[in-house]
Write a protein of this length. Structure first.
Length: 900
């Protein structure tokens, strides 16, 4: 809501609306409240018990209470809040019996709570109209007398674990019921659906294995439910053997929905063939069909005649061997149509079909609008068939000029499948699909190749002449084309964790290149340029290339380059020469993790630089004269991971005059003890000062910080943060003039338990604002915020190859808790991941050192550091690992740490 509208709503609500922020510790404000919202942020000084004391006669006035998490306070008052109409819980394990006393309740929301059962007293709420149990994953049973809730109109059971529905549910006559678990008894079986003719929207039927014959299925009267748009039919997984295959088909036949259905999903169907209604051309509104885990099916339904079908996913059909003509047209019946098969289909997915061998496409006009073909884990499918199908996809596109981009995806790239762009043709999955797709490169100006683990190469060992944009991601065995005398028109090139065979890259063969990004090219040793200048280049980024030793050693002449990033190239000894003259347009420079670079730039840095982010050594830190000409610099970040002997900053005389600098960020100085205020006074335009992860910092010397400062942030800096928060006089006198002061203290600890979780505490957050307009808002919430999150550290880690690692390495990964660390959003890694983790990690104590021992990482970062591809969830929540011997611990720690 816009701020002005929000303020207007608060004004009009008057005393009938209450926010928790309005209740302050120093005052008891009595309010006549009808609608109350409680959004706790960490540890509040206002528990809900105090809130209720501030409401005048809540038992008479209160109508709405949202996001309650103090169950004891709520339970003790439930009998008094007799006029309550709306109630929503935020955290809950048990719903008390006293809920039945709120007889005027219309709306009850228990979404995402941990309730396992609901009390029988809930059925006394005869005025209840809406009951939301969405994602109550522990909920297995509903009260027996649910049929007494005669006014219930909406029951949301999605994401629950119900074993069966309560008996007599059809008596409720509600229009909105998203979920039905078929029971084994007559009064909670599928027959109950026959008494619910007005169901609408999305509807999911589970446990269909409890339907024993077609008569029961027919009694559900699914054909008459004309307002259902999205239907899901699901049989539980387990025993796929059935006594009568024909009975299974007859049951599904009698579950036929009305022909206005838009989306259909079937999972776990145990028959061998689908009934004729599945794919009948009378379903003119059907846009999406998903068939999943139908393990006995040996033939697909005739889906090709659905005129509006846009998305089709077929997964887990273990017995399917051949896809033939029956998939496209049903010539045996009178419902067949003369239209081309799959006239509207844009996305087609096949996955997990181990016996699938042949795919025939008899009609050359099939799939005229197909944009995305995904084939995964279909190992026996013949590759020569895919070649023809892929080429047909390109030739049959109705508007070839509309499609600019080809995406080729490997077996393990599910995370990139969320969005399908209209200008993109995507082909991928099994190895044969990828190889066939590579033959299509000449047809597209943009190509993206992702997650291909097999050894493949570009046709003719060269790039298409017309190619403008090439992205290669997680394709380590892909052969990069030879760089001969031929020049390419490529405008953008991105290589991420790919092309292990690439040892050198010449910019001369890409004269039109504007953007070059190289990440984790493991064997890349040099990036060169002999023909100068390179007028097109605007952005250049090279990171995590461990073997890179030479980078445009004779000078990078790129007059239009505005962004340069070189990070974590440990063998790189120098940056390109004469940057001051050869890079006149450079505005942003980022240098990190290159410990062998002794000097940042021979001859100085470009004078027009506006943003500088550098990790420097002690020599550079003690003499900052190399920044003397940076009069346009506005943002400076200095990272001191290698400055172990720096105890004060800035040292006297070391900081040059930077007249335009508005933002200074100092971080990761492990032994920094003192901040020299007088030296910072030279920064006359400084507005924001960030001091992060300096665990020994406790003093400020000199008069005060610059008067121009508007923001001071002290982040995980030990005693200095405490002094700022507590207004310690020697410190406070130097910072009291700053309008906004923020202090954080982060401590990350690993707890060894069955769940393998990380506990993150964010403490000591305090803000002080001097602006008159902001004083009122700040005074309402001066409480200290304390958030603790339990984060799983056994998910979203490395790759499918994790299972091939040694038990010792698994134990190390388990102990370090990578999964939890990668979810800590406020943090970033500014030095090599495993090196710093190992230096910070105490094997004996199973903890990380506080202060700078917190990181933000991605799965691909971890995977690359361990020489693995990264995707998916690899570790279950509970795993038993082999214990490391002391010798092995030492060996692995030395490997992780690298050079001291």
């Amino acid at each position: 809501m816009h701020d002005l509208l929000h303020d207007l709503a608060i004004f009009l609500a008057g005393d009938f609306y209450c926010r928790i922020q309005e209740l302050r510790e120093q005052e008891e404000k009595k309010v006549l409240t009808r609608h109350f919202s409680y959004f706790p942020l960490g540890r509040l000084d206002h528990p809900i018990s105090k809130v209720f004391k501030s409401i005048v006669k809540p038992e008479e006035s209160l109508r709405t209470s949202l996001y309650i998490d103090d169950l004891l306070s709520m339970e003790s008052r439930a009998s008094k809040l007799k006029y309550l109409r709306v109630l929503s819980f935020r955290e809950l394990d048990v719903l008390p019996d006293s809920i039945g006393k709120l007889i005027h309740l219309r709306y009850l929301n228990l979404s995402w709570t941990n309730v396992k059962t609901l009390p029988e007293s809930l059925c006394n709420l005869f005025n209840l109209q809406t009951l939301i149990l969405h994602q109550c994953r522990s909920l297995t049973l509903l009260p027996n007398d649910m049929h007494k809730l005669v006014n219930l109109q909406h029951l949301d059971l999605r994401g629950t674990s119900l074993e069966e529905m309560p008996r007599g549910i059809s008596k409720l006559k509600m229009p909105i019921l998203e979920y039905f678990a078929v029971g084994k008894h007559e009064d909670n079986g599928i027959q109950e659906l026959g008494g619910l003719p007005n169901l609408e929207g999305s509807f999911e039927i589970k446990k269909l294995e409890n339907v024993v014959d077609a008569r029961q299925a027919r009694s559900a009267r699914m054909l008459e439910k004309n307002h259902i748009d999205n239907l899901s039919l699901e049989w539980s997984s387990g025993n796929e053997m059935v006594s009568n295959i024909e009975t299974e088909r007859d049951i599904l036949d009698d579950l036929q929905p009305h022909n206005g259905l838009k989306e259909l999903r079937m999972k776990g169907y145990k028959g061998e063939r689908f009934p004729d209604w599945v794919g009948d051309c009378s379903y003119i509104n059907m846009t999406s069909v998903t068939l999943e885990s139908c393990k006995n099916c040996c033939m697909l339904p005739s889906l090709g005649q659905l005129p509006c079908l846009e998305y089709l996913s077929i997964k887990g059909l273990d017995q399917l061997r051949i896809i033939g003509e029956e998939f496209y047209k049903n010539d045996s019946g009178h419902h067949s149509s003369p239209i081309a098969p799959f006239p509207s289909l844009e996305e087609l997915v096949f996955a997990n079909m181990p016996c699938w061998e042949e795919w025939h496409v008899p009609d050359p006009e099939a799939f005229p609008r197909l944009r995305k073909l995904r084939i995964k884990e279909c190992p026996t499918l013949k590759g020569d068939m895919l070649n023809g199908i892929s080429l047909r996809m390109v030739s049959s596109l109705s508007d070839a000029s509309e499609v600019r981009k080809l995406e080729i995806r490997g077996d393990h790239e599910e995370r990139y499948d969320e969005m399908l762009y209209r200008d993109t043709l995507s082909i991928g999955g099994c190895e044969s699909a990828v190889k066939s797709a590579l033959n299509l490169l000449a047809c597209f100006p943009e190509i993206c190749i992702v997650g291909c683990s097999s050894a493949v190469s570009f046709p003719g060992n060269c790039l298409p002449k017309s190619l403008q944009k090439l992205i290669i991601n997680d394709c380590r065995n892909l052969e990069f084309p030879e760089q001969q005398q031929q020049k390419y028109d490529l405008v953008e090139l991105q290589i991420h964790n790919s092309c292990d065979s690439l040892s050198s890259l010449s910019l001369d063969v890409f004269p039109n290149l504007k953007n070059l990004e190289i990440v984790r090219c493991r064997n890349l040793e040099s990036v060169s340029m002999s023909e100068a200048p390179h007028a097109a280049l605007q952005r250049l980024s090279i990171t995590y290339c461990d073997k890179l030793v030479s980078f445009a050693g004779e000078g990078l002449a790129a007059p239009n380059l505005t962004y340069l990033q070189v990070e974590y190239c440990e063998k790189l000894e120098a940056l390109p020469r004469d940057m001051k003259n050869l890079l006149p347009s450079l505005h942003s420079l980022h240098i990190h993790g290159c410990s062998d670079i002794c000097r940042l730039a021979e001859g100085g840095l470009p004078p027009n630089l506006k943003a500088l982010d550098v990790e420097i050594c002690e020599q550079q830190m003690r003499d900052l004269s190399w920044m003397a000409n940076l009069h346009a610099l506005t943002h400076l970040r200095i990272v001191g991971n290698y400055c172990y002997n720096i105890k004060s900053y800035p040292e006297v005389g070391s900081l040059p005059h930077l007249p335009s600098l508005t933002t200074l960020d100092i971080r990761h100085f492990q032994n920094l003890e003192t901040l020299e205020c007088n030296q910072l006074l030279r920064l006359t335009s400084l507005q924001q000062l960030y001091i992060n992860w300096c665990p020994k910092l406790e003093n400020m010397e000199g008069e005060n910080l610059p008067p121009s400062l508007l923001l001071l942030e002290v982040y995980s800096c030990g005693l200095l943060g405490e002094h700022c928060k507590n207004k310690h006089q020697p410190i406070w006198s130097k910072i009291a003039h700053i309008p906004t002061i923020e202090t954080f203290e982060l401590v990350a600890k690993i707890r060894r338990n069955q769940q393998q979780k990380i506990e993150l505490s964010i403490n000591n957050l305090q803000k002080k604002r001097r602006n008159i307009i902001q004083v009122k808002m700040a005074s309402k919430n001066q409480a200290e915020k304390n958030q603790t999150k339990d984060l799983k550290c056994a998910t979203h880690l490395l790759s499918e190859k994790f299972k091939n690692m040694s038990e010792e390495k698994k134990a190390i990964v388990r102990d370090l808790g990578f999964g939890g660390l990668m979810h800590i959003l406020p943090l970033r890694v500014y030095h090599k991941l495993l090196k710093e983790l190992a230096n910070s990690f105490k094997l004996g104590k199973n903890t990380l050192e506080t202060g700078y021992g917190s990181f933000r990482v991605r799965p691909s970062t971890i995977g690359a550091a361990l020489d693995l591809n990264a995707s998916g969830d690899l570790l279950p929540q509970k795993v038993n690992y082999k214990e490391l011997s002391e010798d092995n611990k030492q060996i692995f720690l030395e490997d992780f740490r690298g050079r001291p």
